[in-house]
Design a protein around this ligand. Structure first.
Ligand SMILES: Cc1cc2nc3c(=O)[nH]c(=O)nc-3n(C[C@H](O)[C@H](O)[C@H](O)COP(=O)(O)O)c2cc1C
Length: 178
């Protein structure tokens, strides 16, 4: 049976990002049968314009192709000013016209500590609903990752955190056809 392909999308463009580190860790711990790829084009996406929706520029076309080729999407995003970073909303705006997310299983990990990041999580859920994604309950979770848990290699070494992060990928894969 073919691998389940899961695209990992971080909402942070920050060097040393905890959200990206969580997804790198998910990727590093992915079991056989799950191909997890980290999307690294967020910062290069141009601002969405409806004028370009039918013939999107290269980076946006590439994004759509990678989403279309994936069985599921896993997001991990910081909260900026009570909501999603504009860059991640911009990414999602590029998918509205293309429809690639419609019917696709999705999950997200809120890595914010201290019960923070609720606004980002709620708004991500809302936008994903709007584009027709299917949120997988067991893959939409909080796994608080303290800043000091991110190692110099850009991953999380703590075994309990690695297990909790890896479990999200497995839960999402179980609801995604290969
Ligand atoms: C411009 C800006 C706005 C922020 N706004 C919020 C906010 O509204 N709520 C919150 O909980 N954290 C907020 N934060 C904190 C970030 O969510 C937090 O630093 C997060 O860990 C960054 O994720 P990263 O490590 O993946 O870059 C903000 C940070 C920045 C830079």
């Amino acid at each position: 049976m073919a691998d389940v392909r899961i695209l990992l999308i971080s909402g942070s463009t920050r060097q040393g990002s905890g959200n990206t580190a969580a997804l790198r860790t998910v990727q590093a711990t992915a079991p056989d049968g799950i191909a997890a790829e980290l999307y690294d084009g967020l910062a290069a996406l141009p601002a969405f314009s409806p004028d370009q929706d039918e013939r999107p520029p290269g980076p946006a076309a590439g994004l759509r192709a990678r989403i279309a080729a994936s069985d599921a999407l896993l997001f991990c995003t910081p909260e900026y000013a009570g909501t999603l970073p504009g860059s991640l909303k911009n990414l999602l705006d590029w998918t509205v016209g293309g429809g690639e997310i419609y019917g696709k299983p999705v999950g997200w990990i809120n890595v914010a500590v201290g019960g923070r990041g609720t606004g980002a999580e709620e708004h991500l859920a809302m936008v994903l609903r709007y584009v027709g994604a299917v949120a997988v309950p067991g893959a939409c979770v909080r796994v608080p990752v303290p800043r000091e848990a991110v190692g110099s290699d850009g991953t999380v070494a703590d075994p309990q955190l690695r297990a909790a992060l890896g479990a999200v990928l497995t839960a999402l894969a179980e609801h995604s056809g290969g």
